[in-house]
Ligand binder design. Structure first.
Ligand code: SAM
Length: 254
């Protein structure tokens, strides 16, 4: 996947390009990033990308021309027509389904705003979609763009090694993830649930699905109300409702 990024702070992205899963995806050619700084497309001495808002009020607004020129440079370098996304607290809130859908695109352009935001005319004319990372306001679009990139990259074939399989992750199948344990068997006065040490893979799988469902019901019931439950999920929830201790991490599935 090719991703062009419009930002006045390209160096901030080093957190992603030099560490962890996304940096490996870049090294392996699964993800290709191209940055374009709108300051490179200014004409004044101060390389201003912002100006005062018409109508007055606090803060500055990002100007159309430098952003438009940066988008044009990125489009020219894209291997396929890119979907242009503006990271914005006014956009649709990013979720797992959206991250999976974006991973099916071959090219994206992400615009990271600053100040009070971007001149509305650029959004109307040059942006396909606005995406928010949550109902709060950040100081710039760089961190939101990194959040989106990381969440999307995890769905690209080859990005995650076997040891990092996304199959069990929270939200993947509409439920939260089950709890995880590693050595030692006893720690902080608590033992690893015995079923996980049993070597009985069917029981382990059933236990994990039961605890994951119970956890989702207790912490995020909204995730279950929005969709039809499978027969297996209904059966497991029945076990949990009959004895809520079965869904606790130290519970056992008979
Ligand atoms: N005045 C804008 C508003 O209230 O909608 C907020 C501007 S914010 C201070 C500066 C930039 O941060 C925005 O242009 C956007 O790119 C980014 N940003 C802030 N919060 C965000 C969020 N929740 N999701 C995505 N991007 C966000």
């Amino acid at each position: 996947m090719w991703v062009g990024i419009v930002t006045i702070f390209p160096e901030v992205f080093r957190a992603l390009t030099e560490h962890g899963v996304v940096s490996r995806a870049i090294a392996e050619g699964i993800v290709e990033l191209q940055f374009e700084d709108p300051r490179n497309h200014t004409t004044d001495r101060h390389q201003s990308v912002d100006d005062r808002p018409y109508g007055g009020g606090p803060g500055m607004v990002m100007k159309v021309a430098p952003l438009m020129a940066a988008i044009a440079v990125l489009k020219a370098g894209a291997p396929a027509p890119p979907k242009v996304i503006y990271l914005s607290p006014q956009g649709r809130v990013l979720d797992q389904r959206k991250a999976e859908a974006l991973a099916r695109e071959s090219a994206l352009i992400l615009i990271a705003g600053r100040y009070e935001g971007v001149d509305e005319r650029l959004l109307d004319r040059c942006v396909d979609e606005e995406i928010s990372i949550g109902d709060f306001v950040m100081s710039g679009g760089e961190l939101p763009a990194m959040v989106l990139l990381d969440a999307v990259a995890r769905h690209l074939p080859g990005t995650l090694g076997n040891s990092e399989s996304a199959v069990q992750e929270s939200h993947r199948a509409g439920v939260l993830d089950c709890p995880h344990y590693t050595r030692p068997e006893e720690m902080l006065g608590a033992r690893v649930p015995a079923v996980l040490l049993s070597g009985d893979h069917a029981s382990i799988e059933r236990y994990r699905r039961l605890v994951a469902l119970a956890r989702t019901y207790e912490r995020r019931p909204d995730l279950l109300t929005g969709r039809a439950l499978t027969a297996a999920e209904r059966e497991l929830l029945g076990v949990y409702f009959a004895d809520p201790r079965s869904g606790r991490v130290d519970g056992q599935v008979e």
